[in-house]
Design a protein around this ligand. Structure first.
Ligand code: NAP
Length: 497
């Protein structure tokens, strides 16, 4: 079950949003009394309430907004119990002073907004001794491994326990706690109303992660990156898994650069079967396993990690075949009589992970490649590795090319007014491939079309690389057309606004 936390400054808004949540399918709502500007009027909030409620009134030390005295706060909590609220949230240090009464279920809660403390398990043991129907623990994740500790508490609980990490690094445990038996997870009314760090919206929890369908048999996948909040992979993979009727969830896992290997080792306890790997881990991830297939080995980078049928980790690079396939498809459309890359001249902007994979694919196909990179030194180094031409970034406009490939983030959301290649450098009939997929229609591509160039957006490559990952993860072909539609819908301007 998803519990939606509601914090509004006015009673009328709280009541209206509660009603709208109920109409939208919410089954449990947490009313945050501390958010109300005026003295909370419990009768107004609880009479004719459309769903069961948790009544909570947080103190400033737990980042709550309560401005009254502690005595007034406790009186309010007692009143909520007398009025028959289904659940009451009592902080660990006040729970013993507020007696049990009627049918109201007692949630005894512990919050730590700074860290997941070393003595967490000891704190939990103490909480178990209190008079609780439910225990709730929410701690800040400063390391992704903290998720594993909180989920272990849920899994081993004798008293039903809701335990998860806060912060962007804590998102996996907010989603996965249901797999381990948590009675509910918390979500917020909307993305604009995040009441605790890392909270997902009700819609995301329900429609992207399908929290209510997660059970102990749910298989687990995810994307490793830092940052990862902007990634469209969770929307895409979760939709595809569901479309194919596979009981699985795909998580956004924010992992700082220096803790990648320890995270992967600890996350084995969660039974994760596959990962997409993105910035900044694509190279470093090869240290996790010695088993790489040729694209990963040759690129020196992997974007996919999956557990094979023997349960052994395997690294591969699906950017390489995806870029090649997307380029070949575009060349076929441009000129069906001469769709081959071989013999074409390609100018590639950038020398990072994507450029490495695409550059290798281009060179192996027999095309001529010239690299230009903002940092000329890095560009030269990649050109040496790929045994191809290099030109200084400042001279990129003077290279004679049939195909231009942008492997830099210049022009990506939100900097959509930027382009890495001036319009007057474009040549008629050129194929312009922008690997950026958000937005699908970058300024570079718009100007290229004005210039009678052929264009290819990064969307197709993104879909093809994800489709191949899907196949690695679940050993069956991906629903590509459905994935394409899903991604287009997700990055539409309506959503970006
Ligand atoms: P990366 O490893 O961080 O490399 C980034 C590259 O962009 C570097 O060469 C960097 O140059 C250059 N760069 C960054 N900011 C720049 C700026 N303001 N002006 C000029 N050059 C700049 O990243 P990556 O993984 O290669 O990803 C690069 C882009 O490829 C991403 O933005 C993404 O949109 C796209 N991509 C798309 C797909 C897909 O499936 N469609 C897959 C992967 C990547 P320096 O060396 O000078 O820093």
């Amino acid at each position: 079950m998803i519990c939606v936390t509601l914090g509004r400054t006015r009673h009328s808004m709280m009541v209206a949003e509660h009603q709208s949540l109920a109409e939208n399918g919410a089954q449990l709502v947490e009313l945050r009394l501390d958010w109300l500007k005026r003295t909370p009027e419990l009768q107004r909030l609880l009479t004719e309430r459309p769903t069961p409620v948790i009544v909570t009134c947080r103190r400033p030390e737990e980042t709550g907004k309560w401005r009254g005295t502690e005595e007034q706060r406790r009186t309010l909590l007692r009143q909520a119990i007398v009025l028959g609220a289904e659940y009451i949230d009592l902080e660990v240090d006040v729970a013993d002073e507020i007696p049990r009464y009627g049918d109201t279920k007692r949630i005894i809660s512990y919050h730590n907004f700074k860290e997941t403390p070393d003595n967490l398990e000891q704190i939990y043991e103490e909480m178990e001794k209190q008079d609780a129907d439910y225990l709730k623990l929410a701690t800040m994740a400063n390391d992704p491994v903290d998720n594993v500790r909180l989920l272990a508490l849920v899994a081993e609980a004798e008293i039903p326990t809701i335990a998860f990490c806060m912060g962007e690094m804590g998102v996996p445990s907010r989603i996965l706690c249901g797999k381990y038996g948590s009675p509910w997870t918390y979500a917020t009314f909307s993305n604009e109303r995040v009441l605790a760090p890392g909270q997902l919206s009700f819609e995301e929890m329900r429609d992207v992660y399908h929290y209510d369908e997660i059970d102990e048999d749910t298989r687990v996948f995810g994307v490793l990156g830092d940052p990862v909040g902007h990634s469209y992979s969770p929307i895409l993979h979760n939709a595809a898994l569901r479309h194919e009727g596979i009981n699985a969830v795909y998580l956004p896992i924010r992992v700082p650069r220096d803790v990648l290997i320890s995270t992967l080792q600890e996350f084995d306890k969660l039974g994760v079967e596959g990962y997409s790997v993105t910035i900044p881990h694509k190279e470093h991830v090869l240290e996790f396993t010695k088993r790489h297939n040729p694209p990963a080995k040759d690129c020196g980078a992997a974007n996919t990690l999956y557990s094979d049928e023997r349960g052994k980790w395997f690294a591969t690079n699906t950017d390489y075949p995806a870029a090649l396939k997307a380029l070949t498809q575009a060349l076929e459309l441009k000129n069906p009589d001469s769709p081959r890359l071989a013999g074409k001249q390609v100018l590639m902007l950038g020398a990072g992970g994507a450029a490495k994979a695409i550059g290798l694919a281009v060179v192996r196909s027999g095309a001529g490649l010239t690299i230009a990179n903002r940092s000329n030194k890095r560009g030269k180094e990649l050109a040496e590795v790929l045994n191809c031409q290099h030109t200084n970034w400042e001279n990129r406009g003077s290279v004679h090319a049939d195909i231009l490939v942008n492997c830099t983030p210049v022009g990506m959301y939100p900097n959509m007014e930027e382009t890495p290649f001036a319009q007057n450098w474009l040549r008629d009939g050129m194929l312009v491939f922008d690997t950026i997929y958000n937005p699908e229609n970058t300024l570079l591509l718009k100007e290229a079309r004005e210039h009678e160039c052929y264009t290819l957006s990064g969307l197709e490559m993104f879909i093809l690389q994800a489709a191949e990952q899907f196949d690695c993860f679940v050993n069956q072909p991906a629903p590509i057309d459905f994935m394409r539609e899903t991604l287009r819908h997700a990055i539409s301007p309506v959503r970006l606004n």
